[in-house]
Design a binder for this molecule. Sequence first.
Ligand SMILES: Nc1nc2c(ncn2[C@@H]2O[C@H](COP(=O)(O)OP(=O)(O)O)[C@@H](O)[C@H]2O)c(=O)[nH]1
Ligand SMILES: [Mg+2]
Length: 313
Amino acid sequence: MTEAQDERVADLERRFRQGDPRALARALTLVESGHPWGQALLKRLRGQGQAKVVGITGSPGAGKSTLTDRLILEARKRGERVGVLAVDPSSPFTGGAILGDRIRMMRHHQDPGVFIRSMASRGALGGLAGATVAALSLLEAFGFQRIFVETVGVGQSEVDIARVADTTLLVLTPAAGDAVQAFKAGVMEIADIFAVNKFDLPGGERLIQELKGALELSPPRPGGWRPPIYPTVAATGEGVEALFEGLEAHHRHLKEHGLLEAHRLERTRFEVESVIQEWGRRRTQAAEDLVARVARGELTPEEAAWSLLRPEA
Ligand SMILES: Nc1nc2c(ncn2[C@@H]2O[C@H](COP(=O)(O)OP(=O)(O)O)[C@@H](O)[C@H]2O)c(=O)[nH]1
Ligand SMILES: [Mg+2]
């Protein structure tokens, strides 16, 4: 970077540290787009501050955004500053789900203690992008004490979020097939807490009994944690205070059993692996291009191998 660029990053960092939300928004954009300034900022800011990170996952329409909106209120009641990442697997051009999420959390827009940001996921299966995890570090450095990450449970994202969040909340509904889906996908094993949302609809009590049965058969969690199940009606806020207490209890459990550090390390591991994967993808592409050039007689196989494997200058 040139000196002038260094200066501009330093300026952005200063505004960030002063708590300017526009500087945070800009920093997140830089990180998400893979801009070198984003890397420079992350290097200076990473590891500062620590939030309680809660991943919220579940099928589309389960009520995750509505529940997140209610959980934000609970956190604010307790005086916490809250950051929210809504990870959306849909294309930025369709934007439907993002718009819906924004609307459901709209009331917080005037609250300077709440920052909400939508981010793209990695691919259509909704896996978490490494940039999303980097964004978490920025939100922590900004001083949020609580971070909610909403991910759509349509594939890879539940597994990813469990590696990244301190506490993973799985939102289910009495709707037919929801629980079956969760059992099949192995999501049961990664959830620390269950919310049976839309408890105002029929079938909620039965779902709780089914979950209890399944949980009794599932292996014990680190430190002997038994995932609790909370009935909620996110639409009205019913049950949300108890659910929030559940989140707190899990966090206390992690702390008391020295498990928080392991979680943090796992999050970092996820981030490093994401970079390795991305670079691996690029290298595979480069290899394909070289193969084509060997086929055209422009390179020998040795020259192709050398250009792929020689150490970077
Ligand atoms: N009946 C009922 N509807 C709910 C409840 N929570 C959310 N909804 C509705 O379910 C729909 C999907 O909610 P949303 O929060 O966008 O779900 P998400 O896709 O999981 O984020 C919306 O129309 C909500 O109003 C609830 O507890 N009961
Ligand atoms: Mg949503």
